[in-house]
Design a protein around this ligand. Structure first.
Ligand code: ZN
Length: 334
């Protein structure tokens, strides 16, 4: 048996606790242990959740090409480099990249990830297939191939996916997008979108779509953040991805306004989908407390991906993992 002493995260606060690892099972207890721990000063936390990935573009990193640091040139659909490469890539190449990503997340004790998957129903199916052998659970937000509401296409995606993830409101005719959002919500599935990443978009129009969460909001104003806080719509921020494109993440402004913030790693062609590394980065950059960051990666995502909801995948895996206080070093991930 191995014994780890430190603090246990209960979803809000850290309190003294310890964990005993025996035969691959981690038993967690509150308070102090009377035995001498093998390691002390650790954090015992619920396995984190990566709230924003695009694992489908991981294969692009393998190609070793220099990627432009311009959002329009690199990731804007349909002509951004990423979309051109996705369109011509073979399924095997894309699947290999996805499997590498999920393997890494599994090794790092990630319970689940929420992916904005390109390529319609086929793209969603490819990801679900690739994820089937892993303990890290995929939450797949598919997207229509074009930018018009097609009932049959949406039915097809929602049959296998956990919801719809849209590139951005500006890519769509608003009435068409409203129909997509309504359809997803009517089906009891998630609806989310990238918002105000490169340029500010109208927050009232975005909120009228009743999204479950937004991604980025980097160009949001104080007024926008106030409205998000009032509406109770959380925002996933991806600081390393923003930095790659030279975009400032107004994370403290969001927190000050009362916005509920979560973290994601965004495009896998830019960074490995390592949510603990993202959390460590955010903690250092904004001098956040460990509890604040743990709330963003361990607690708030579980409220969005409610395991009791009729999604495709429950949040599987261990109840706790053990990490160092820097969050970046995994000690035990059963
Ligand atoms: Zn994204």
């Amino acid at each position: 048996m191995e014994l780890f002493a430190g603090e246990v995260f209960d979803g809000k606060r850290l309190a003294p606790g310890f964990a005993a690892l025996e035969n691959g099972i981690l038993e967690v207890h509150p308070g102090e242990t009377e035995d001498k721990p093998d390691r002390s000063g650790v954090l015992i936390i619920p396995p984190p959740i990566n709230m924003h990935t695009h694992v489908g573009d991981a294969f692009i990193a393998e190609r070793g090409i220099e990627l432009p640091r311009d959002i329009m040139e690199l990731v804007a659909p349909p002509h951004g480099l990423k979309h051109r490469l996705l369109a011509e890539a073979g399924d095997d190449e894309v699947t290999n990249g996805i499997e590498k990503c999920i393997g890494l997340m599994e090794n790092r004790g990630t319970a689940a990830f929420c992916d904005f998957r390109e390529g319609g129903r086929k793209g969603a199916a490819l990801l679900l297939d690739a994820a089937s052998g892993f303990s890290t659970a995929p939450f797949v937000l598919g997207r229509p191939a074009g930018t018009n509401y097609d009932v049959c296409e949406l039915e097809g995606i929602l049959k296998i996916a956990d919801g719809i993830g849209i590139s951005s409101m500006s890519d769509w005719d608003y009435d068409e997008l409203q129909k997509v959002a309504d359809h997803a919500k009517r089906s009891g599935k998630l609806f989310a979108l990238h918002a105000s990443e490169r340029v500010r978009e109208d927050i009232d129009l975005i909120l009228a779509l009743m999204p479950d969460f937004l991604v980025h909001m980097a160009k949001g104003t104080r007024d926008d953040f106030g409205k998000l806080a009032t509406a109770g719509v959380p925002v996933v921020v991806c600081p390393r991805s923003n930095e790659f494109f030279g975009i400032w993440t107004p994370l403290c402004e969001m927190l000050d306004a009362g916005v509920e913030v979560m973290l994601g790693t965004d495009n896998a062609m830019l960074f490995e989908p390592d949510i603990l590394a993202e959390a460590a980065h955010a903690m250092a950059k904004w001098n956040l407390s460990v509890e604040e960051v743990l709330y963003m990666i361990c607690a708030r995502p579980r409220k969005v991906l409610n395991p009791d909801a009729p999604f495709q995948n429950p949040v599987r895996g261990a109840n706790y993992i053990v990490v160092e206080r820097n969050l970046d070093t995994v000690v035990v991930s059963p």
